[in-house]
Ligand binder design. Sequence first.
Ligand SMILES: Cc1cc2nc3c(=O)[nH]c(=O)nc-3n(C[C@H](O)[C@H](O)[C@H](O)COP(=O)(O)OP(=O)(O)OC[C@H]3O[C@@H](n4cnc5c(N)ncnc54)[C@H](O)[C@@H]3O)c2cc1C
Length: 370
Amino acid sequence: MFRKSVRAWVERELTPYVDAWEEEEIFPREVFKKAGDEGLLGLKYSKDLGGAELDYWFTVVFAEELVRSRCAGVNMALMVQSDMATPVIHDLGTKEQRDEFLAPIIRGEKIVALGVSEPGAGSDVASIRTVARKDGGDYVISGSKTWITNGTRADVITLVLKTDPDAGHAGVSIVLFPTDTKGFAVGKKLKKIGNKSSDTAELSFDNCRIPRRYLLGEEGAGFYYLMQNFQGERLIAAIAACAAGQLCIEDAVKYGNERQAFGKPIIKFQTWRHTFADLVTELEAARRLTYFAADLFNRKLPSVREVSMAKLLAGELANRVADRCLQFHGGYGYVDEFHISRAWRDLRLITIGGGTSEVMREIISKLEGY
Ligand SMILES: Cc1cc2nc3c(=O)[nH]c(=O)nc-3n(C[C@H](O)[C@H](O)[C@H](O)COP(=O)(O)OP(=O)(O)OC[C@H]3O[C@@H](n4cnc5c(N)ncnc54)[C@H](O)[C@@H]3O)c2cc1C
């Protein structure tokens, strides 16, 4: 029932508009509010904040069904709001922090971004340089961030910075940063090859003063919190990658039944039937691994190994699936008439964002003791 209702919401509120939003390279702010009104932004969060306190499988369904909008840009923006920038607020926030920031985010009234990456530090999170200096009851923040999704219009940023610049990863902390703070500026909105309707921005912080009560959890424990937070982000990426790969195949097969060459539908050429048989088999395996990781994550069991494997496998595979499906469309795959060209561009992000495939391999090999 939940899957049906999300699918209907996506068909009603997203699908008819995504082509225009991709063209405009932004979607209306009210989409967040509509998702909030539908209860989609707080599925796993506490009821007292307006959430639904559902288990993680509802989030899995939400992520899978969003994919059917065929527009990863708007999907990513919504999932940053529901699942990437907010788990740390929910899990670590005080009652005051949750009421002030998380409740309006769940309602879709405030937009949130996750500020980790910097011009000089992406994979190597511990070497971020944005710094918060203590001054009485305040933090004074200076530095810059880049690649920040929802960055041009976020009202609040879950901001990762250094409270002790000399302490390596032990100097990392996370604060809640309201973007109406003096000294904050949105720099360039970045032009991208895909996910175009999602805004991605450079941000700068010039002696921005925020109260120290906006610190999330303990000072110096931010690296540990962030690594935990990454698990949810990576799992969403794996779930979306599997669903997107499946949808590319569905769309391609439909196309291949209509398109004729040498007197028959192109799907009837054995080389393509076997290509799709291989891809759908690999996707099934990737989805099973992803669901296994989701099950561990849902039961709050250790899941770093399985989540990293799922993101690695599903991310790389979805790119290969999209590439083969584009090839199957011939020239029509290279123009914007069919969904596949956008899927091919959008999916390229999955092996980069939220931890690259190489970083996933690093984590897996370390856990395996290599
Ligand atoms: C569209 C988009 C949206 C994004 N949204 C956000 C967001 O909302 N918030 C946010 O904080 N960030 C965001 N990011 C940033 C994203 O998470 C980073 O781009 C990613 O983590 C990689 O960091 P980097 O770009 O600095 O690459 P680098 O770290 O410079 O990596 C460059 C290359 O070196 C490789 N490499 C690095 N370290 C190793 C290693 N140890 N072993 C082997 N290879 C290695 C990488 O795999 C990669 O191939 C976004 C990025 C994009 C493109």
